[in-house]
Design a protein around this ligand. Sequence first.
Ligand SMILES: Cc1cc2nc3c(=O)[nH]c(=O)nc-3n(C[C@H](O)[C@H](O)[C@H](O)COP(=O)(O)OP(=O)(O)OC[C@H]3O[C@@H](n4cnc5c(N)ncnc54)[C@H](O)[C@@H]3O)c2cc1C
Ligand SMILES: NC(=O)c1ccc[n+]([C@@H]2O[C@H](COP(=O)([O-])OP(=O)(O)OC[C@H]3O[C@@H](n4cnc5c(N)ncnc54)[C@H](OP(=O)(O)O)[C@@H]3O)[C@@H](O)[C@H]2O)c1
Length: 272
Amino acid sequence: MSADQFNATIIERIDLNPYLAIVKVKPDSGEASPFIPGQFCTLGLPRADGDPERTTQGKPPRLIRRAYSIASCGEVTDHREFFVVMVEEGKLTPKLFEVAEGGRVWMSDRCDGHFTLDAIKPGRNLAMLATGTGIAPYISILRTNQLRLARGESQPWARTAVLHGCRVESDLGYHQELSTLDAADPTFTYMPTLTRVGEDETWHGRRGRLPALMEPEVFESVAGFPLDPENTEVMLCGNPAMIETVQQMLEPMGFVTATKKQPGNIHFERYW
Ligand SMILES: Cc1cc2nc3c(=O)[nH]c(=O)nc-3n(C[C@H](O)[C@H](O)[C@H](O)COP(=O)(O)OP(=O)(O)OC[C@H]3O[C@@H](n4cnc5c(N)ncnc54)[C@H](O)[C@@H]3O)c2cc1C
Ligand SMILES: NC(=O)c1ccc[n+]([C@@H]2O[C@H](COP(=O)([O-])OP(=O)(O)OC[C@H]3O[C@@H](n4cnc5c(N)ncnc54)[C@H](OP(=O)(O)O)[C@@H]3O)[C@@H](O)[C@H]2O)c1
């Protein structure tokens, strides 16, 4: 790959554990295009030597590109923040995890996606569910909201509950930020839940997968508002099996999955 295919630098990398990192990427232009909180852009690296797709008829090697939700505040444009998990058998992420701070990557200027507040009716309660790195778009939405509140603007929704399902405690990215918000804002609830902590481990929080929290009585006691389709918008992000299970629980209660053709109050972003 010719060096000029890189267009951005990793300016900061925070490793939460060997397979999970918060990565900040700065474009060479100094200024990335604006995005709507909840959207994603793509990161890329050259294909490995020996990969049959490495070169295309004498042209520079093609990039392996993948979509990543942007975690930064929607008003920050000098860099973008991402929360990335290494998929061991994956094509891009094992290589991406070899890039240290100061290392070069390709980042699309263009951002895409409809997993944003544009789809949410104002004034409703908001349930934001994520597995693993699926928390990233909510961080962007919440950071942007905090900035706007500080400027005296009003919050476009009523109450919020962020429910984050991970395997182990070190997977809980943004735990401190979300816990601080929970303590400071009576309209905001943060509930992490872990699935692979042993009985002998020190985690004192909730255990089990996210769908267990979507039983109406459990949900209300955790979130502080009822799981009522008239007043609630549900956002689901990450593992597609979690998304499907929660959809199947909510639809019989009167929730409707939003599609391009039909509005609804279940909104989702599948990561694969
Ligand atoms: C809109 C969108 C936004 C995304 N945002 C993020 C993000 O913010 N952070 C992030 O880490 N990933 C995100 N992804 C997933 C990302 O695009 C890649 O698929 C992922 O990093 C794996 O790339 P890879 O080349 O290493 O694996 P590939 O060679 O592409 O292998 C893909 C396989 O890995 C599995 N897989 C992919 N992503 C995950 C994952 N996150 N967790 C568990 N298994 C997975 C699936 O089985 C999939 O078939 C997003 C995907 C989409 C579509
Ligand atoms: N997290 C790790 O320990 C770890 C370590 C090394 C590598 N990795 C790599 O990272 C990738 C992603 O791992 P991840 O932990 O971020 O994502 P993940 O496998 O999607 O797991 C995240 C959370 O989602 C839960 N979940 C899985 N299927 C679900 C379903 N059908 N309904 C509801 N919840 C469900 C998991 O519970 P369960 O635990 O019950 O599945 C876990 O709590 C892996 O594929 C692997 O390649 C992860």
